[in-house]
Design a protein around this ligand. Structure first.
Ligand code: GLN
Length: 279
């Protein structure tokens, strides 16, 4: 792309428009490159851009126009009140997943409130979002987080250190990471998109292993539910995020493993998004 003479703020944003980048996204990206608040941009239309920063901004525009999530360009994402570092090694935390965290906190404050030091696990933690949000709001919990991806765990661990949250991290696939541990509460947002799902191509910048287990999308959910009875303490809870068309299947899985009090909760868009139950 033409990196020619550095333009003004207004011209740089106009370039973004011609590349099809959303106006607000372009403003966030430019503000970040200039290390200024977005409001500064609006008041400094005619300010010239330094050539280096213009080149940096153009690089961001090319990536954003190619569908890369804004969170990867920023290198961070807000989740449940925490600012998490994210890289392409991890799924970008979704606001819908805050539902799972809120449900977990409700249990820790309700059905599990009598437990002095609740043992909590987050399977397939990615950026660490769920585990860190739970630990942040419930410091008395012992929280373990797993992931099969070393590079994802490195991101999660760095987040824990930066946020000063004491969470234990273990590498491994689902329960294999925690062979002998038992928990009061297990949480997971596993890959659940079916192999041929038309939404997958738009998510190509995120790790495929965090999005789809292949097949009908139920494989990871099945594995987690099947192993749960051996890893939950009496009365322990399992809460799972799943696809909006998977609530019935997940409820069936939970009941067939003997879970009680099985229910489904809805996300911000009103879709059935999380299901869970207890031993
Ligand atoms: N909810 C995510 C999406 O639809 C997928 C998350 C997942 O597969 N666990 O983009």
């Amino acid at each position: 792309m033409n990196c020619g003479p550095a333009p003004t703020v207004a011209a740089a944003l106009a370039t973004a428009r011609t590349m099809g980048v959303d106006r607000l996204d372009a403003q966030w990206l430019l503000a970040r490159v200039l290390n200024r608040p977005r409001s500064w941009l609006l008041a400094h239309d005619e300010a010239p851009l330094d050539a280096d920063l213009w080149r940096q901004f153009q690089g961001h525009l090319v990536r954003r126009a190619g569908g890369e999530p804004l969170a990867y360009l920023h290198g961070e994402k807000e989740f449940h009140g925490l600012t998490l570092s994210v890289t392409p090694a991890v799924l970008v935390p979704r606001p819908d997943t805050e539902l799972l965290v809120d449900w977990a906190l409700e249990l820790l404050d309700g059905a599990l409130a009598e437990v002095k030091s609740p043992q909590v696990a987050d399977l397939g933690t990615g950026s660490g979002a769920i585990a860190l949000a739970v630990k942040n709001c419930c410091p008395q919990a012992t929280v373990m987080a797993t992931d099969n991806s070393q590079s994802a765990l490195a991101v999660a661990e760095a987040n824990a250190v930066r946020l000063g949250l004491d969470v234990g991290f273990v590498t491994g696939s689902w329960w294999a990471a925690l062979p002998v541990r038992r928990f009061h509460l297990v949480l997971s947002n596993p890959p659940y998109i079916a192999a041929g799902d038309p939404h997958l191509p738009a998510l190509r910048h995120e790790p495929a292993s965090a999005l789809t287990p292949g097949g009908d999308g139920l494989g990871a959910l099945q594995e987690i539910v099947h192993g749960a009875p051996h890893h939950l303490l009496p009365g322990g809870w399992l809460l799972l995020e799943h696809g909006f068309e998977q609530a019935e299947a997940v409820q069936r899985l939970l009941r067939s493993e003997g879970f009680a009090g099985v229910e489904t909760r809805h996300d911000l868009g009103g879709q059935p998004r999380c299901s869970g139950g207890h031993r």
